[in-house]
Design a binder for this molecule. Structure first.
Ligand SMILES: Cc1ncc(COP(=O)(O)O)c(C=O)c1O
Length: 391
């Protein structure tokens, strides 16, 4: 059965999106892509035959990096174009993006720190909150790049396995947060790669275990796609001054992964500690203007989220009909249990022109699939039926 187009009509793909796919070193590192230099001859997208074959890139169905298939909204594209008039400047009007983010979340500008994507913000957190010999406390699998930042500052990662049902082991994380060598706690909510949430009661447990010298860093990259009643952002804890850092990105719901903009919201003393490790110049003028326009256009964000949630339900429902259960994702991707090793299946999808998520040990029978546009999800389902027998 073909996937229905959105009841409110298809969301237009941003025509200028490809122009911004250059990204920054931090982003390419985050995604396991080659950062340039000596490695520049390697394909930037694993599975892509040629580095420069744009036509091939465009032909592939890209369900591998949890990108937003629709790209920036029209108003963001206009802002990007407008901002090019300042492309030759260091200091220039930046459309007040930091103030706009603060106002959007009901906090003061002193509560916000910008970065070139949330990847950079997480790196700043690692430099600010980890001393030599300390540990990041968190789950595995999760957005593990954060643990690589620990290595960069001679610290380590204390990785706690997920529970049997793939949820994060909040009790073990809270206990580990009280270790004397804990630097900070990292919790991705909803978690990447599972899409599962830490419930609001569990977040409260984690906040209880946090301290000003062991802050709780909550990565809410996918929060806009959560529709469960049990989910709550940790922002209220920031507003009440708890040692909590909420990390957000414009890469997902706002469709700006190639533009590179993310931010932290935290009590001023934590922002102050982080800003000592942040550069002033990493966020481009284009990203600043685009970010302010994105914040001003909440309707566009909402349309993307509603469509993504609708497709998440529809596609996982169809897979269930074929005999394959998915985890209860609250994110812009889902994980389906293939009941067989995932690696050959990933390769088979590549042969069908569909890029899907990499393996996430130890969940080696699960496939992570980003939620693309309706036609892309139809191509995914067609390939799935071809590759996997009905179970
Ligand atoms: C959980 C999570 N956090 C952070 C990031 C990094 O996003 P960005 O650097 O584009 O803001 C990603 C990217 O996929 C992610 O999945």
């Amino acid at each position: 059965m073909p996937l229905d187009p959105s009841p409110s009509g298809p969301i237009p793909a941003g025509p200028s999106r490809r122009a911004f796919l250059g990204g920054a070193a931090a982003a390419t590192a985050a995604l396991g892509l080659s950062p340039g230099g000596a490695a520049a001859s390697k394909p930037r997208v694993p599975g892509l035959v040629s580095v420069s074959d744009e036509a091939e890139y465009d032909r592939l169905v890209k369900l591998c990096y949890n990108e937003n298939p629709y790209g920036p909204s029209e108003s963001v594209l206009r802002a990007l174009e407008h901002a090019t008039r300042y492309a030759n400047r260091y200091l220039c009007p930046d459309s007040g993006v930091l103030q706009a983010i603060a106002a959007h979340h009901g906090v003061a500008p002193e509560n916000v720190l910008l970065g070139a994507g949330s990847t950079e913000v997480l790196g700043i957190a690692a430099r600010a909150f980890l001393a030599e010999g300390q540990q990041i406390i968190g789950s595995t699998p999760t957005f593990e790049l954060v643990y690589q930042f620990a290595t960069g500052v001679q610290a380590a990662a204390h990785r706690l396995p997920l529970l049997g049902d793939y949820r994060q082991d909040v009790k073990a994380i809270a206990a580990a947060a009280r270790r004397p060598d804990a630097g900070f706690v990292y919790v991705c909510n909803p978690n990447n790669p599972t899409g599962l949430i830490v419930t609001r009661d569990e977040v409260a447990e984690l906040v209880d275990a946090a301290a000003s010298d062991t802050p709780l860093v909550i990565d809410e990259a996918y929060c806009d796609f959560a529709d469960s009643d049990a989910y709550r952002s940790a922002l209220p804890y920031v507003r009440s001054g708890e040692p909590v850092v909420v990390v957000r990105t414009f890469s997902k719901a706002y469709g700006m992964a190639g533009v590179r903009l993310g931010y932290a919201v935290a009590p001023p003393e934590l922002i102050e500690r982080m800003s000592r490790h942040a550069g002033d110049m990493s966020v481009s003028v284009l990203a600043r203007w685009a970010g302010a326009a994105a914040i001003a256009d909440q309707q566009a964000r909402q349309r993307v989220c509603e469509e993504t949630i609708r497709l998440r339900r529809e596609v996982t429902g169809e897979l269930r009909g074929l005999g394959y259960e998915s985890l209860d994702s609250q994110a812009s991707f889902f994980m389906v249990d293939l009941k067989r090793p995932v690696k050959p299946v990933i390769d088979a999808f590549r042969t069908e022109g569909v890029l899907v998520g990499r393996p996430f040990p130890p969940m080696l029978n699960h496939l992570r699939v980003s939620i693309g546009a309706p036609a892309e999800m139809q191509r995914f389902l067609d390939a799935f039926k071809k590759i996997l027998p009905a179970a």
